[in-house]
Write a protein that binds this ligand. Sequence first.
Ligand SMILES: [Zn+2]
Length: 242
Amino acid sequence: MIKLRKGPQPAVLSRNGEPWKAEYQQALAAGKRRSDIPARYRHPEIKEAVRAESFDKCLYCETKISHAQFGDVEHIVPISAKPEDVVTWENLGYVCQVCNNKKRDYWDESCPLLNPYHEDPNDHILFLGPWVMHRPGDERGRVTARRLHLNRSALMERRKERLDRIAALLDEIALMPPGPAKTAMLEYLREETSKSTEYSGAASALVSIYLHDGMNGGAASTHLTRPSAEAALSPSAVDSGC
Ligand SMILES: [Zn+2]
């Protein structure tokens, strides 16, 4: 999970949001089941917009959702809790089917799941290698990781594969002398850990730890501070580390 920024509301939602919301509320009042009410929020324009703003990834687990799969338009606050937000743009995101099934209608006003559009998940969770852990004492981080099963075996395995590739790159860079080739490799590493890449939260955390702590001999206690791959990849940090 990484911090995301909400893009502009799709035109189709600007035009139809109010009537769609009224339609939904009237259907509920008439006793219709949710599954029998048209899911206007799944309109292709809306789905494309939420997909693009989360870089083709599930907003919770950061798995890339391929065209062969069906990413879901997610209500961050479930409509069972807030039906009035059925087509509220700020309440819509893009998720994989696994996270969607794990989350279901979970809602606890006093302990909501992390919302990467409203807050930086790094303030609540840590990436320790392939493992996602809540920051000590952080109940929302703990509940989010647990509810969404963010350490499910398939995810752990894929994150580990990704981190193995990053670690190999870091090894290669560390052994290179300063110069254009090293600069180019660092740029490649920066791209490999950018937000658009799969599991970039775990990948950028590894780069931060490696360059700040591993190569610079820092203390393990920095695991408790928020990592910043961008800072770790700055020329000064890299030159002193490598
Ligand atoms: Zn997911």
